[in-house]
Design a protein around this ligand. Structure first.
Ligand SMILES: [Zn+2]
Length: 526
């Protein structure tokens, strides 16, 4: 009796032609192989299950293969077979999550000194490389600086922003995209055919969507569902049942409760979902998808064809489209996609979901920009009812301001304080002076003279005293370095705009000094 093998293991791609949804990367790598211009360090980034390690392994076989065809390994020669069986000493796989210390990397450095006894290249595949300690990264860097010609490093990571710049700058970087629902569906249908399974197409599409861009997750989900209904046709209903998915009627009800701002009803619905044993992060993801479908119906005619749903559900969706506006809908979508991300890792999933839902029902509890938006709309409504006179007066002031700006008068008032200074920019500004300490010496010298302001869309403006300093700081590499430094500190990417103060002008005349402002705020709070 043959033992059962999980689909994702069974159908691991053998050659580049089996890798789905990463065409540009595959093409580049195959070209390099074809002309023999192989790099010594590659960085594969991207979310889980997008093919990083599969491509790394195919590449490792291809560089060692005795008879490669069109860049792909033959999978038949001695080298290909030894590597596939895991018996070759030429391909070394390391999981940095469990081997993250300096000693682990030193071991590699010692091994690297020896040429391969057979085949052409020693390939080190380091998975989850962002887990390496700082010491280990430094040790790795020394090898990357002077790699022997027979060594290739392939670093794979889901979190590229955690990799030091010194390492990044020595790697060819490839960003693996999430795989589209269509591509995953097609691959699943192909494999379903090979396995002789009977699966409804709608079920396949649902699984493809649930996999959220990850081919590996799609195959695991298909496995999970298929093993529940061995010998039976796997239907869409079956899949909903196995994956603990929620019927769309519940989404419809929840949306109406939210629009009515009926917190009590919302909490009762959550209670019901929990009692049914549904997975809450999946629930939030499904609800986001439901809202997305609704947005399609709201935004344009004839979108119904794009949606893959029953006539009955579609009718309900149209009804809802009539009672919700697209601004509110977009806001809900943004909030729910955030929540579903947070729920995946939250310890208290139910509490987190409930709190988020209650906040939607009571915008006055929230202090985020989104809630402000709600409150501003309420205020705007009141404003409309004010006397015409007031409105005219406001328009006059605005017109005067615009005129002054257009004429470019140097005497114009300094720009008004940006209303909602995003928390992230605030954090960066508060911490900026200490962040700069860790930056490369040249850049540090120039940034010491910089002052901070805020540009449009909450971007951080770095204002320098003259044009020369601006041109130094503004180079692509330097901006990238600053962005990376910020990303390392706050875990987010912030847009940066570098300017200089025009000759004969003072900083205060052209920019709002947010650094000063924030410091004032802190002092007041104390
Ligand atoms: Zn071969």
């Amino acid at each position: 009796m043959s033992s059962y093998m999980a689909l994702y293991r069974k159908f691991r791609p053998d050659g580049f032609e089996d890798v789905k949804g990463q065409d540009a990367i595959v093409k580049t790598l195959k070209n390099q192989l074809a002309v023999g211009r192989i790099g010594h360090a590659y960085l594969f980034c991207g979310t889980r299950g997008t093919g990083k390690t599969s491509v790394a392994k195919i590449f490792a076989r291809a560089v060692n293969c005795e008879h490669p065809a069109d860049g792909s390994p033959c999978n038949e020669c001695a080298m290909c077979r030894a590597i596939a069986a895991g018996t070759s000493l030429n391909v070394i796989e390391i999981d940095a999550a469990s081997n993250n210390g300096v000693d682990n990397i030193r071991e590699i450095r010692e091994e690297v000194a020896y040429r391969p006894t057979e085949g052409r290249y020693k390939v080190y595949i380091i998975d989850e490389v962002h887990m390496l300690s700082i010491g280990a990264f430094n040790a790795l860097l020394k090898t990357l600086e002077e790699p022997p010609e027979y060594v290739i490093f392939i670093l794979a990571t889901t979190e590229a922003h955690k990799i030091p710049i010194t390492i990044l700058s020595r790697c060819q970087r490839y960003d693996f995209k999430r795989i589209s629902i269509d591509t995953i569906s097609m691959r699943l249908l192909e494999l379903v055919g090979k396995e002789g399974l009977d699966v409804e197409e709608k079920a396949v599409r649902y699984i493809a969507r649930m996999a959220d861009g990850s081919m590996r997750d799609a195959l695991s989900l298909l496995d999970q569902c298929a093993s529940f209904y061995i010998g039976e046709r796997l239907t869409y209903e079956h899949v909903l049942e196995v994956l603990g998915a929620v019927d769309t009627q519940v989404f419809s009800r929840l949306l109406r409760e939210l629009l009515n701002m009926d917190a009590r009803a919302v909490i009762e619905t959550v209670e019901e979902i929990v009692m049914q044993g549904r997975e809450l992060s999946q629930f939030a993801a499904d609800f986001t998808w439901y809202l997305r479908n609704l947005l399609l119906v709201v935004s344009s005619e004839g979108m119904e064809d794009v949606l893959d749903m029953s006539a009955e559900n579609l009718a309900r969706l149209r009804e809802e489209a009539a009672i919700i506006d697209s601004d509110t809908l977009m806001r809900y979508i943004r909030i729910f996609s955030e929540i579903s991300g947070q729920l995946k890792y939250a310890a208290q999933k139910r509490v987190l979901l409930e709190v988020s839902l209650i906040k939607l029902c009571r915008p006055q509890m929230e202090d985020t920009q989104d809630a402000l938006f709600d409150r501003i709309r309420a205020i705007e409504k009141q404003m409309e009812q004010l006397e015409k006179k007031t409105v005219h007066a406001r328009q006059d002031v605005r017109a005067a301001y615009v005129n002054a700006e257009e004429e470019g008068k140097k005497t114009a008032e300094p720009p008004a304080l940006p209303k909602a200074l995003s928390e992230d920019v605030k954090l960066v500004v508060q911490d900026f002076r200490s962040m700069v300490q860790d930056i490369s010496p040249l850049l540090k010298t120039y940034l010491k003279k910089a002052r901070l302001s805020a540009g449009e869309g909450n971007c951080l403006q770095i204002v320098l005293p003259d044009e020369v300093s601006e041109s130094v700081v503004k180079t692509k590499e330097h901006i990238q370095e600053i962005k990376q430094l910020i990303a390392d500190r706050i875990g987010k990417e912030i847009e940066i705009d570098v300017r200089h103060v025009e000759e004969g002008q003072r900083f205060e005349e052209s920019f709002v000094d947010i650094e000063n402002l924030i410091n004032m705020e802190i002092t007041v709070e104390e």
